[in-house]
Write a protein that binds this ligand. Structure first.
Ligand code: APR
Length: 313
């Protein structure tokens, strides 16, 4: 049976997701956007690429929520991206309104889907989506940790002149300037990172990772990163659809894990056919724990700000 992925938001990330899903032949694609013609135009353009590459994938563009019915996966990028100088948190009010509409559309038309949120500020938007839609917490996750980890690994690979595939790492916590690269957990070809890099260089790379999105926004001037965010979202969708049970850093609902309650934040999660099947609790050093708790505090503070905007959250 062919799978179906609906993409809510057909902007930069949505279009790239549609193209990646098509080239990987993962599923048929519904591109949904309030800007109907953008969704239709991108769907048609990518559909025409399938006769070059030979994929048997159907794509449609729409602004009708009924078209997302019975999706296996829904990936949400609907919202406004950052402009130069903005933080992800500056998007809170506008993107909360948008996610409320999206949650209503998903709840009504495809409540059994596995939902991956990408819209920023990520940890709060994914939480708001879950609360507004009422979908089970194991079926609602946020994409951030894979992206942050891939940025960290890329910068390390450039500095240490090693292939990215030889690096194992994890970046956890909130998707913002307080995210926490797990240094003790990071291995280069199986060897501890700390034995291979000077502290000053590592600190620079950690700082660059935390500002990884802003660096790209500054270059692009219009819009924010989309290739790496889309690749990261597809990895999550694929692990669910193919029941790969990969352990991936994702924003997941914490119910006591890592000492955190009733909050979404970045932790390692097993993604398989039941969605977020298990949260893996890795041992943190006291410094990592301190940094993780600080990052959680920033997410909690933003959640309070969200509740001031909508007390139903
Ligand atoms: N319903 C559906 N789509 C919407 C809605 C809505 N209520 N409101 C806006 N959109 C659409 C826009 O029409 C636009 O096509 O969302 C799309 C967003 O695309 P871009 O502006 O290109 O943004 P993108 O770079 O894809 O990022 C989307 O992901 O990483 C985050 O910070 C980023 O929050 C931003 C989101």
């Amino acid at each position: 049976m062919k799978k179906k992925i609906s993409l809510i938001g057909a902007g930069q990330i949505g279009g790239t997701l549609a193209h990646l899903i098509t080239t990987k032949q993962l599923a048929d694609v519904v591109l949904f956007d309030v800007a109907e013609n953008i969704a239709k135009g991108k769907a048609l353009d990518i559909a025409q690429s399938t006769s070059v590459d030979g994929q048997n994938i159907n794509l449609i563009g729409t602004n009708n929520y009924e078209d997302i019915k019975n999706s296996d996966v829904i990936i949400i990028t609907a919202g406004v991206p950052r402009k130069p100088g903005m933080t992800r948190d500056d998007l809170l009010e506008i993107n909360l309104k948008i996610i409320k509409q999206v949650a209503e559309g998903v709840k009504k038309n495809s409540p059994k889907s596995f939902v991956i949120c990408i819209t920023n500020p990520l940890d709060i938007i994914v939480m708001a989506f879950q609360k507004y839609s009422g979908l089970p917490t194991n079926k609602v996750v946020g994409m951030a940790g894979i992206l942050d980890t891939s940025r960290f690994k890329y910068f390390l690979s450039q500095e240490l002149k090693v292939p990215v595939k030889d690096i194992d790492s994890l970046v956890l916590g909130g998707h913002g300037d307080t995210m926490v690269p797990m240094i003790n957990y990071t291995k280069i070809d199986g060897k501890p990172l700390t034995q291979m890099i000077q502290k000053e260089k590592l600190d620079l790379i950690i700082g660059r990772t935390r500002k990884g999105g802003a660096e790209i926004i500054k270059f692009l001037e219009k819009g924010s990163a989309f290739y790496a965010p889309a690749a990261s979202g597809v990895e999550m969708a694929e692990s669910y659809i193919k029941d790969l049970k990969k352990t991936l850093p994702c924003a997941a609902y914490l119910n006591g894990e890592y000492g955190v309650n009733n909050l979404y934040a970045g932790v390692p999660v097993v993604i398989g056919k039941n969605g977020a099947e298990k949260i893996i609790e890795i041992d943190l050093s006291s410094k990592e724990k301190e940094q993780f708790n600080l990052s959680i505090k920033t997410v909690q503070d933003l959640y309070k700000a969200a509740k001031n905007i909508d007390k139903n959250l």
